[in-house]
Design a protein around this ligand. Structure first.
Ligand code: PEP
Length: 258
């Protein structure tokens, strides 16, 4: 049984006060209900420390949305993995489509970051996903294969223990258009099969694959019920406790029914 993992990617949103209030609401619920689900919040860099303080002891993990692979030094504007650890992060999201689209990240640069993050003993949420045009021209599997092979190049089988894959079809991110449960399951099963071929099938079975792309309270249950969907990476709906908590509860219900 793969423990579901629901992570909130706040992107470049919230203020310090709003972020702390949101984190406290998530922490209070997790502390009270102890869902059989891993839960993480990933605020913007400047709010990592106050959000970390707000969730301390609750069981909610702290994640960052990006990092640079190099050791601290002359890299203006970048954030080192050691700094994330210093701020209390256990997780880092790498390869998000917005990083690829707006900031020029490539499979090779994402691979450098993944290798460095795993070496630093941080958990990695590695995002992959196709554009709409790629899906429409039946290239989804080819794109996923390229992103997986590039992003995970050189990784040892042991490093899978700290790796979570997030399948995020780009056409579903922030658009309100969600992949159907069948589309999600098909892509997730493909990713797991790919992992089995690259590593081994036993290990591939242990890797959690989150779905991301307009996950909301009203579609979470159906998506999370798919056998290869092991949680969600949630953007917009993670910014409001009354939307994020029902997604965690849906994951908990499915896990409990397990
Ligand atoms: C995301 O940014 O990872 C995401 C899935 O966003 P949204 O839930 O808003 O589509």
């Amino acid at each position: 049984m793969r423990r579901p993992f629901v992570a909130g990617n706040w992107k470049m949103n919230t203020t310090r006060a709003a972020g702390v209030a949101l984190a406290k609401a998530v922490a209070d619920d997790v502390r009270a209900n102890k869902p059989p689900v891993d839960v993480a919040v990933c605020p913007p860099f400047p709010y990592l420390i106050p959000v970390g303080e707000a969730i301390a002891g609750s069981g909610v993990w702290l994640g960052a949305q990006n990092a640079y692979h190099a050791a601290p030094g002359a890299f203006t504007g970048e954030t080192a993995l050691t700094m994330l650890q210093d701020c209390g992060c256990q997780w880092v999201i790498l390869g998000h489509s917005e990083r690829r689209q707006f900031f020029g990240e490539t499979d090779a640069s994402v691979n450098q970051k993944i290798q460095a993050a795993l070496a630093a003993k941080l958990g990695v949420i590695f995002c992959v996903g196709e554009l709409l045009a790629e899906r429409q021209s039946n290239q989804t599997e080819k794109i996923l294969e390229t992103q997986m092979a590039g992003g995970l190049a050189g990784l040892s089988p042991e490093s899978l223990a700290k790796l979570v894959i997030a399948y995020e079809p780009v056409w579903a991110i922030g658009t309100g258009v969600t992949a159907t449960p069948d589309q999600a399951e098909e892509a997730h099963a493909f990713l797991r099969q790919w992992l089995a071929g690259r590593f081994d099938s036993g290990l591939a079975e242990t890797v959690r694959i989150q779905y991301g792309g307009s996950v909301k309270p009203d579609n979470a249950k159906e998506l999370l019920s798919q056998p290869n969907v092991n949680g969600a990476l949630v953007g917009g709906a993670s910014l409001k406790a009354d939307q994020f908590l029902p997604i965690i509860h849906a994951a908990a219900e499915i896990a409990a029914a397990g």
